[in-house]
Design a protein around this ligand. Structure first.
Ligand code: 9WN
Length: 406
């Protein structure tokens, strides 16, 4: 029943060569959504999983960046803000896109899609594009410490995480003359505030006006983004070996970023972001700090300590993981990335636990199944009451559920 319903959601959100995250709220193709969605598609139609990733990578820029939104030209400008008229940019393919990126979870998706139905021709097509995606991050965003930075909260995928409250203080502009479209679909109490939006728009406009080159007032090294980047290198080594290419450079890069994360982002309890503008670590209770479990080379003592944190501060054994620790004062169980449980974040932590401590991965998988069975394929869930929030028929909730049960 549940797998059939999940496929129904994915089919109803399919738009010819990609899947929208949600028909009304997000009517275009989003970067990391497509990776999670491809993983789900590959459980029932590997061909669709491959098409999903190929259409996204088809909008890659010449510098290797994979844009966070690929706009569907048939969708009217007013359906989503900020749309193509705001970003003012086209990929070499001619498609309108945004100019920022999202966590690079696509190599993992490509590998899982390949494992579902081995297809060396697909791997040969995507491998150079996935490598170019990583090269863009190294060329444009790598600090001397070897970590990758993001230049906008949207790049983290966890837009209004309390972890960004402090670095966002540096953004003073209050742009006017734009209209939020998200509040047409979702209650204002469950979305970022207008003040947050002003800052998002100001930052994106400044980056756009620099030709998508110069970071502005927000520049942060995020543990989730770096964990995804490091894990991508680990997976690219597997893909390279499969294609008869040299996996060693990828293994070395995965080891190097893992070591840099332990040196610069580990506070002894949880991985934390680092604010490059102030030069300081941002101490927060974000569950992004658990995602370095994705790194196979994470030292054993760090893994053990991180798991204790997950048990004590994120109720790991209950299985329904909050995006922000309920022990922190900023925790809000219904407002977007300030506490609600999200299927993709829980799935990433499940994936990491499966690698290091499979017996602890099981409650997380069961927790995902429990919230979805109770409340449907909602965008996010109150981790205390399990009530669903945000939009309905949300694609990655369906896709990753399918990955766990199919
Ligand atoms: C901005 C599509 C995206 C997700 C993000 C999530 C939300 C967009 C928005 O929706 O962000 O990119 O308009 O709020 O935060 O993770 O990729 O599902």
């Amino acid at each position: 029943m549940i797998p059939r319903e999940a496929v129904r959601v994915l089919v109803s959100n399919w738009d010819g060569n990609h899947t929208v995250p949600s028909r009304r709220l997000y009517p275009h193709q989003w970067s990391w959504d497509s990776a999670f969605i491809a993983i789900g598609h590959s459980r029932w139609s590997p061909r669709r999983g491959r098409a999903e990733l190929l259409s996204l990578l088809g909008a890659q820029w010449r510098d290797g960046r994979v844009p966070h939104i690929v706009f569907n030209p048939r969708v009217p400008e007013g359906a989503y803000f900020p749309g193509p008229a705001f970003w003012q940019v086209r990929a070499p393919s001619g498609t309108a896109t945004s100019g920022i990126v999202q966590p690079p979870v696509h190599a993992l998706a490509a590998w899982k899609t390949h494992l579902a139905e081995p297809d060396p021709a697909f791997l040969r097509r995507v491998y150079p594009r996935l490598v170019a995606q990583q090269e863009f991050l190294r060329a444009a965003r790598r600090s001397p410490e070897g970590l990758i930075s993001i230049v906008h909260p949207w790049e983290s995928g966890m837009d209004n995480s309390p972890a960004w409250d402090q670095p966002l203080q540096a953004v003073h502009d209050r742009p006017s003359g734009y209209v939020r479209r998200d509040l047409n679909t979702v209650d204002a109490d469950e979305r970022p505030t207008d003040r947050d939006y002003d800052r998002y728009v100001a930052l994106a406009a400044a980056y756009r006006d620099s030709g998508y080159r110069a970071p502005g007032a927000f520049q942060v090294e995020d543990p989730l983004f770096n964990a995804a980047y490091g894990q991508a290198e680990h997976v690219l080594a597997l893909i390279a070996a499969e294609l008869g290419l040299d996996p060693e450079p990828h293994r070395r890069e995965a080891a190097a970023v893992t070591a840099a994360m332990v040196t610069h982002l580990w506070d002894g309890v949880l991985f934390q972001p680092r604010d490059l503008v102030s030069g300081r670590m941002i101490r927060s209770g974000s569950a992004a700090g658990l995602t370095p479990l994705l790194l196979p080379g994470l030292p054993g003592d760090v893994v053990e300590r991180l798991i204790s944190t997950a048990l004590d501060r994120f109720a790991l054994k209950d299985g329904v993981l909050p995006s922000f620790s309920p022990a922190s004062p900023e925790f809000d169980p219904v407002r977007y990335w300030r506490g609600p449980s999200w299927v993709n974040l829980s799935w990433l932590i499940w994936q990491g636990l499966s690698e290091h401590r499979p017996e602890l991965a099981r409650p997380v998988a069961e927790g995902i199944v429990r919230v979805v069975t109770r409340s449907g394929f909602r965008e996010y869930f109150d981790p205390l009451t399990l009530r669903g929030h945000g939009c309905s028929d949300f694609s990655w909730s369906a896709a990753l559920l399918l990955d766990l049960v199919a």
